[in-house]
Write a protein that binds this ligand. Structure first.
Ligand code: PGA
Length: 264
């Protein structure tokens, strides 16, 4: 299975940015420009309070919503937390294990694993972020780190839920730095992820799974990642706040998938 049979996903992670007015305007612009792009799935992950107004604004647009995080707990006395089941009415996706959550909020692999289960049990798809730090790459430990993160995050995932998983390879040193990985390095990790999931779960399901690259993706470099055979889209931070840039990335995915379809 190639990119031709996996519908690419371009997801914007807005992080802790945008006022309500900015969020509505950005979503409307993206929806307007992406209206005719059926070959690519587009998702926006705004801050929590904007999910409900954006769900209304995007109704009928084909653009999916994602949450940037959720609680590892099912429900209860957890002040300040948002449970997965509360997101189900609005979200198709939930990002789990983003490196900012791991580094700044102390989320370890066990927490990431628990969140992943909550997301899939409540009918959504988890965008699981994995990625090595710079010193780990320099020490030649990239694949070892990816394998550890994957195996721990997926430790309780039943095989029949693999269709509710998207993996985003996001090298920590490439996030928000303007210094992306090379497409070849990203492809190497993406291929490793696909093979590993195929062995651990099911080969057919792992061939159908989408693997994204994230880390300083722009409209200018996106096409070089999407030309790689195991990269099925992007998780976009900074550039997702600029409609021109973000829609340029969506367009690059459309061009790549159209080319693959012709070649197939
Ligand atoms: P960036 O962020 O595109 O700004 O590098 C990516 C991410 O954090 O998902």
């Amino acid at each position: 299975m190639t990119l031709a049979s996996r519908r690419p996903l371009v997801a914007g992670n807005w992080k802790m940015h945008t006022t309500l007015e900015e969020a509505l305007a950005l979503a409307s612009t993206v929806a307007g420009r992406c209206r005719t792009v059926t070959e690519v799935e587009v998702a926006l992950a705004p801050p929590f309070p904007w999910l409900v107004p954006l769900a209304e604004r995007l109704e009928g647009s084909g653009i999916a919503l994602g949450a940037q995080n959720c609680s590892q707990f099912e429900r209860g006395a957890f002040t300040g937390e948002v449970a997965a089941f509360m997101l189900t009415p609005f979200c198709r996706y939930v990002i789990v294990g983003h490196s900012e959550r791991r580094a700044l909020f102390g989320e370890d692999d066990a927490v990431v694993a628990a969140k992943l289960i909550r997301v899939v049990e409540h009918g959504m798809t988890a965008i699981l972020c994995v990625g090595e730090r710079l010193e780990e790459r320099e020490a030649g430990r990239t694949l070892e780190v990816i394998e550890r993160q994957l195996s721990r995050a997926c430790q309780d995932l039943p095989a029949h839920r693999l269709g509710q998983l998207v993996v985003a390879y996001e090298p920590v040193w490439a996030i928000g730095t303007g210094r992306p990985a090379t497409p070849q390095d990203a492809q190497e990790v993406a291929a490793f992820v696909r093979t590993w999931l195929g062995r651990r779960f099911d080969e057919g399901a792992s061939r159908a799974l989408r693997i994204l690259y994230g880390g300083s993706v722009t409209a200018g470099n996106a096409g070089t990642f999407f030309a790689e055979r195991d990269i099925d889209g992007a998780l976009v931070g900074g550039a997702s706040l600029d409609a021109e840039q973000f829609c340029g990335i969506v367009e690059a995915a459309r061009v790549a998938v159209t080319r693959r379809t012709k070649e197939a």
